[in-house]
Design a protein. Structure first.
Length: 161
């Protein structure tokens, strides 16, 4: 099993097989536009722009489970991210990352890369780096700045060639 075996919903409610990203490295992030860490959107966009032609795709999964920091509809969230942060990387449909309604993708990610003390997602902007084979390589905390991942991303992309 790999990340590519999952199907998620887009912000328009359409089914999106992650197999569409087969052969690409992924940086999967649970996001929230009203979070104090929302400035990370700009750095995530920078990584996406800088490395998309080399095989990286950033995937944002909006989540409203942490202090109601993503209360808007998916369409509104898309617009906010484009206007405020210049986001062009895929932002998918809003999901739960913890609890009984956690999206199956996130249940899988947490099993593959448990966090400190337990596997639950602690906050918005937890990041999972996935290699071009769909394997979870590493989990990064919400406070890890996206640009700190650049060296790992470069290595992952070089190893995929």
């Amino acid at each position: 099993m790999s990340v590519y075996d999952f199907t998620v919903l887009t912000s328009r409610g359409e089914r999106k097989p992650l197999a569409d990203y087969r052969g690409k490295a992924l940086l999967i992030v649970n996001t929230a536009t009203k979070c104090g860490l929302a400035p990370q959107f700009k750095a995530l966009q920078q990584l996406h722009e800088q490395y998309k032609d080399q095989g990286l795709t950033v995937l944002g999964f909006p989540c409203n489970q942490f202090r109601d920091q993503e209360p808007v509809k998916d369409s509104e969230m898309q617009e906010t991210c484009q206007i405020n942060f210049g986001v062009t990387f895929p932002l998918l449909g809003k999901i739960d990352v913890n609890g009984p309604n956690a999206d199956p993708l996130y249940a899988y990610l947490k099993r593959q890369a448990p966090g400190f003390l337990n596997s639950s997602i602690k906050w918005n902007f937890t990041k999972f780096l996935v290699d071009a084979e769909g394997r979870v390589v590493k989990r990064f905390s919400p406070t890890t700045k996206p640009m700190k991942l650049e060296g790992r991303i470069k290595k992952l992309l070089a190893d995929a060639k």
